[in-house]
Design a protein around this ligand. Structure first.
Ligand SMILES: Cc1ncc(C[n+]2csc(CCOP(=O)(O)OP(=O)(O)O)c2C)c(N)n1
Ligand code: SF4
Length: 500
């Protein structure tokens, strides 16, 4: 297929006024575009669409600058939603308008990369106005290519913020009226009121000369990224023949005759990189930023071995049982023991007595997702949670249930079960509030996932009322002791007489 694509069209040079037509494409594009089942060398764009030209200019600039391997392309929602089918670079596809926010995250996480936020005018200037303004204002080190075709292309021609005064669209069939729809938004001018951006230019894909200017602007924006300079923004006035109801030649003409007078071509900002605002964001670890001591506490964590690569816990119950707090205690402990941690809470609008649960992940490696589908341990603080979540527990997992025994008619899944009457123990200790700490003690003793010594350090910091501290200490000890005794009982009941 690649051979078919990179061919010279066999037409005698004489017939072409001495020119040769070469049908080829940049190696920054994939050889085959899987999006198209039959014509695998064609994009999905309409003939004459500016997106195709803009893509070509970007690909050529990436190739020329030698940044193929370090480019990450963030595609938007709009006609260019499938850009990742074409660019053989790092690709991220994001929801409508969010490209600058996603690009911010990508660039901050990968400081050595060249990150492109590619967006249409509906995407950038309507639904994503906030994202682009704030990314520009922060001086994020990304290149934004803003393809302004004065209309919503993908959805069939609704008015965009950049639709011209008098221009008809499906949502302004009488033509845009400033008194009703306001004036077109001039994004380049708007962004150039901000301090941080280093480069802002508006170009137009209306004829060869201007396409060459666009080429230079795109190259420059990428060059600035390669050099780590700052926020660059290139607005590309672009034909949309299909929605405008014109042929490709007329559409290009319309860009120069109708769009350019409203959106004058200009270099709005061209700063030397060394004066760039938006200096590099701090690359600190989360414990450093939160000023959390990560050194293991003497006598506890240094000796604690974590017998897992990743340990996933779900705590569930109702609001007021300390469900979310128990999750926080575990994550805080994990952090202190030098683990990667995540805590994902979920609760209804009614904070008290409504159902609540949280996912806690303790890991020796970076955590991919904080969402846990199959926990290793379910801490069920009430019967409803037990019935609701027990079937999710991993086959060799553990359920710790807040009760003397399992409820009747409860179908036990494959997981092991440990019944801990935490609420009853907490009541005896004089505070119903510490039932979650009883469960914590049982969890630590049974699974040895974290060191009990770390728990007391964390609780000490979290519990503001001194008189409750002693109750918490007892609660933790009770949970642990209960498991010890339970293990002892179980041990003597083993048929072979051995303990496990
Ligand atoms: C949150 C959300 N709102 C609305 C849409 C519908 N939608 C898809 S594309 C689009 C407009 C795209 O127009 P533009 O950004 O100008 O890009 P073009 O298609 O012209 O290249 C809209 C409104 C969506 N997909 N998601
Ligand atoms: S509808 Fe317009 S913007 Fe979309 S692919 Fe066709 S010409 Fe391009």
């Amino acid at each position: 297929m690649a051979d078919e694509i990179h061919t010279t069209i066999e037409t005698p040079k004489a017939q072409m006024n001495g020119y040769e037509i070469i049908h080829s494409k940049s190696p920054v594009f994939y050889d085959v575009y899987e999006r198209k089942s039959e014509l695998k060398h064609q994009t999905h764009y309409c003939p004459g669409c500016g997106h195709g030209v803009a893509h070509k200019l970007i690909a050529e600039a990436v190739e020329e600058l030698g940044i193929h391997e370090k480019t990450i392309f963030v595609s938007p929602v709009g006609c260019s939603v499938f850009a990742y089918y074409y660019f053989n670079v790092g690709n991220v596809q994001v929801p409508h308008g969010r490209a600058p926010a996603a690009a911010t995250g990508v660039r901050r996480a990968c400081p050595g990369k060249v990150v492109i936020s590619y967006q249409g005018d509906g995407d950038l200037a309507a639904i994503g106005t906030a994202e682009i303004v704030h990314a520009a204002n922060r001086g994020e080190k990304i290149a934004v290519f803003f393809v302004n075709n004065a209309i919503y292309g993908m959805t069939g021609g609704q008015m965009a913020p950049t639709t011209l005064v008098g221009q008809k669209s499906s949502t302004s069939p009488w033509g845009r009226r400033p008194t009703n729809e306001g004036f077109p938004l001039h994004m380049s001018e708007l962004i150039s009121t901000l301090e941080a951006p280093v480069y802002i230019e508006r170009v137009a894909l209306c004829d060869n000369k201007n396409i060459m200017k666009a080429r230079r602007a795109i190259r420059k924006a990428l060059e600035l990224q390669r050099d780590g300079a700052g926020f660059s923004f290139v607005e590309i006035l672009s034909p949309c023949p299909t929605i405008w109801g014109k042929d490709p030649v007329e559409a290009r003409k319309w860009v120069s005759e109708m769009m350019v007078p409203t959106f004058p071509l200009n270099v709005f900002r061209d700063r030397k990189p060394e004066t760039a605002a938006g200096s590099a964001p701090p690359q600190h670890s989360i414990p450093e930023v939160l000023e959390i001591e990560t050194k293991p506490e003497a006598g506890t964590t240094a000796r604690h071995a974590h017998h897992f690569k990743e340990f996933r816990i779900k705590v569930a119950g109702f609001g007021g049982q300390g469900v979310l707090l128990l999750g926080q205690l575990l994550t805080e402990m994990g952090m202190r023991e030098g683990l990667e941690v995540s805590w994902l809470p979920s609760y209804g609008p009614e904070m008290r007595s409504g159902s609540a649960h949280c996912h806690v992940c303790l890991s020796k490696e970076r955590i991919g997702s904080p969402l846990i589908s199959h926990p290793d341990v379910l801490v069920a603080m009430n019967e409803i949670s037990l019935r609701k979540f027990a079937s999710q527990v991993a086959a060799d997992g553990l359920i710790i249930y807040n009760g003397e025994k399992l409820p009747e008619n409860f179908l036990l899944p494959e997981a092991r079960v440990l019944c801990v009457p935490a609420s009853a123990i907490a009541d005896k200790l004089g505070s119903a509030k510490v039932s979650n700490v009883v469960m914590l003690g049982a969890l630590l003793e049974e699974t040895e996932c974290l060191a009990p010594g770390t728990a007391m350090g964390v609780i000490q910091e979290k519990v503001k009322r001194v008189e409750l501290l002693e109750t918490n200490r007892k609660a933790l000890a009770s949970g642990r002791r209960l498991v010890d005794e339970h293990a002892h009982l179980e041990a003597v009941t083993q048929p072979d007489g051995f303990s496990y």
